[in-house]
Design a protein around this ligand. Structure first.
Ligand code: NA7
Length: 569
């Protein structure tokens, strides 16, 4: 399923003069995960020529790469799917409340097949540079296969959690066993039986995989730098009654998702303050939420997450659950987050995570004070103890939100490099576009609601907005669009101000850039809720794109279709 585009393969395309690119296209779409594929679907309908690049050998993005044991979505299946096609919604049936990685990947493959979305994608190809040519008002995109493409628009559908942190431990080259990253888990079976496995990292990937690794491996040593809050998923086959209710009016269900803060609807939210409820009643409700499973607990009362004393009530409840489940008191204490509020780091959902530490073959090693010193030939050295291992699993996370964009070596107007422009942290307008980088759209970019929201909702929203924007430009004969600096600064300041009013800055997390050494500390997500964000984006488009600069085409450039040209400030 791989084809390479060459001028010979596209005789309709004429290379422009100058540094002749191999190919001229209307839009380069980087990535063929959920976002990239939907971009192909929508933009094809505008009649544009598309060229997609995907680093992996097939579609799937995040769900292609993260195939570690236990990888599963933490948004319910009936919500974590495309909504653009009623027929697709109707014909695809999910088997579980929370879909596994293989099932989600099968779904993405089905969508690619059904709508013929692989057609314009060149797989096994990574974009290594993108430079805006001001004279031609076009992007020159280069790949690791040596392609040079001239494109009018670039859509970075590159994912929020796509650039894994490299294992940052001295001595790895001396290790005589083998090692894997959860985010690059091999497609071949990784033999765990009879192995002593070291797992480094207890974020979502560690929390999902450790219980399954422990069922197969001989011994598991878990290295934990920071304990995480995690709630039982209570995954199960989809509840037929719930499914029937959703399907009885799926369109209305989706419409409600789109009008919500998080792109999903909690089945537990009461709308009440925790202080309006008597303690016994509240504790009973907490217990029911714990038993119901999923991420509903924090939504039970409206002030549980954002208000610190209320947050303390729910974090104490989770701590009591950990003590109840984990037999060894010291291990229970180590597994209990102590120095940051509930849900300030991304909340995890698990299946039997805490109970796994009751197994005889599992040991928890606290590396919060004494750090992992190095990897030795035979294991992991912490202080004066060497923990033997045959296999090391790095579940150490990603250079989130900005990593995959910066990895593309993007250069805008006047030779401005994105990595210099973002030296103090990312800035953009609406999380969609950067000043000085015309016609380059980011999907779920930093400063948009992205990871705080059901990503399928934000993906469809961003791609729809981008498609409408490009459609508007084609109609009006506009060559380029980019935000003005003032609008960019105002938006970026607002993202920080909204973030500062939340609990997120109170933890060290990838939301804040804390997990990557040297990364500036800055809140990377818009926390004002999807509903108000989407309304804002609609308003900007309806009002003729205030905050954006639009320019007329270069004389003689037929690719803009219409020559009218207008400037909108
Ligand atoms: P996360 O959530 O970033 O978790 C990474 C884990 O690895 C976390 O526990 C880190 O501890 C730990 N880590 C990272 N570097 C080190 C070093 N050098 N030493 C010890 N421990 C380390 O990534 P995930 O892949 O689990 O999840 C990412 C998201 O994907 C998740 O939130 C879901 O949205 C899906 P730390 O907490 O930084 O002290």
């Amino acid at each position: 399923m791989h084809h390479v585009l060459t001028p010979a393969a596209r005789p309709d395309i004429v290379a422009p003069d100058g540094e002749a690119p191999d190919l001229k296209t209307d839009v380069v779409i980087v990535g063929a995960g959920f976002a990239g594929l939907y971009a192909h679907y929508r933009l094809r309908r505008l009649g544009l020529s598309l060229t997609g690049f995907e680093a992996g050998p097939d579609v799937g993005g995040t769900w292609f790469w993260n195939r570690y044991p236990g990888a599963r979505c933490d948004v319910e299946s009936l919500d974590y799917c495309y909504s653009f096609s009623p027929e697709l919604l109707d014909e695809w049936r999910w088997s579980e409340r929370y879909a596994t990685q293989p099932e989600i990947l099968r779904y993405i493959e089905h969508v690619a097949e059904r709508f013929d979305l692989r057609r314009d994608v060149q797989f096994d190809t990574r974009v290594v540079a993108a430079r805006f040519d001001e004279a031609a008002q076009r992007w020159i995109v280069e790949t690791d296969r040596g392609d040079r493409i001239s494109a009018r628009f670039v859509i970075a559908a590159t994912g929020c959690l796509s650039e894994p942190k490299p294992p940052e431990f001295a001595g790895l080259e001396d290790f005589q066993g083998s090692w894997v990253q959860t985010s690059r888990w091999p497609r071949e079976t990784v033999e765990l039986a009879g192995k002593r496995v070291a797992v480094i990292g207890t974020g979502s990937s560690g929390i999902q995989s450790i219980p399954l690794i422990a069922q197969q491996a001989d011994r598991v040593t878990v290295f934990q730098r920071t304990p995480n809050y995690t709630l039982p998923a209570r995954n199960a086959p989809i509840d037929p009654d719930h499914e029937a209710r959703v399907r009885s009016d799926y369109a209305a269900h989706i419409a409600r998702n789109r009008l919500s803060k998080s792109g999903t609807q909690s089945r537990l939210a009461t709308g009440l303050s925790v202080y309006e409820i008597a303690e016994a009643e509240r504790n009973a409700a907490f217990e029911r939420a714990w038993d119901f499973g999923g991420a509903g607990l924090p939504s039970l009362y409206r002030d549980l997450v954002a208000e610190l004393p209320a947050n303390r009530i729910v974090s104490d409840f989770v701590a009591s659950k950990i003590r109840e489940i984990v037999g060894d008191e010291q291990t229970a204490a180590l597994l209990t987050p102590a120095d940051y509020p509930f849900a300030a780091k991304r909340l995890c959902l698990d299946t039997d995570y805490f109970a796994t530490f009751n197994r005889d073959n599992v040991e928890l090693v606290d590396v919060s004070q004494t750090r992992i010193e190095r990897i030795t030939a035979h294991g992991v050295q912490v202080g004066d103890r060497e923990h033997p291992a045959d296999l090391i699993v790095f579940a150490t996370g990603f250079d989130a939100m900005t990593g995959s964009l910066l990895a593309m070596n993007i250069t805008g107007r006047g030779g401005l490099k994105l990595k210099d422009d973002w030296r103090d942290g990312p800035t953009n307008y609406l999380g969609l576009m950067m000043a000085g980088f015309p016609n380059l759209f980011t999907v779920n970019g930093p400063g948009s609601p992205s990871v705080l929201v059901n990503m399928l909702v934000t993906i469809e929203h961003h791609i729809d907005w981008i498609t409408n924007c490009i459609g508007h430009m084609l109609d009006k004969g506009i060559a380029t669009i980019e935000p003005d600096r003032q609008a960019e600064t105002a938006w970026s300041d607002e993202v920080q101000a909204v973030g500062a009013r939340t609990i997120y800055p109170l933890a060290k997390s990838w939301y804040m850039g804390d997990n990557v050494p040297g990364k500036p500390r800055r809140f990377l997500v818009y926390a004002g809720g999807f509903d108000s964000y989407a309304a804002r984006c609609t308003e900007v488009a309806d009002d003729g794109y205030p905050g954006f600069i639009m320019s007329a085409p270069v004389p003689g450039d037929a690719s803009t279709k219409k020559q009218a040209g207008e400037t909108v400030m």
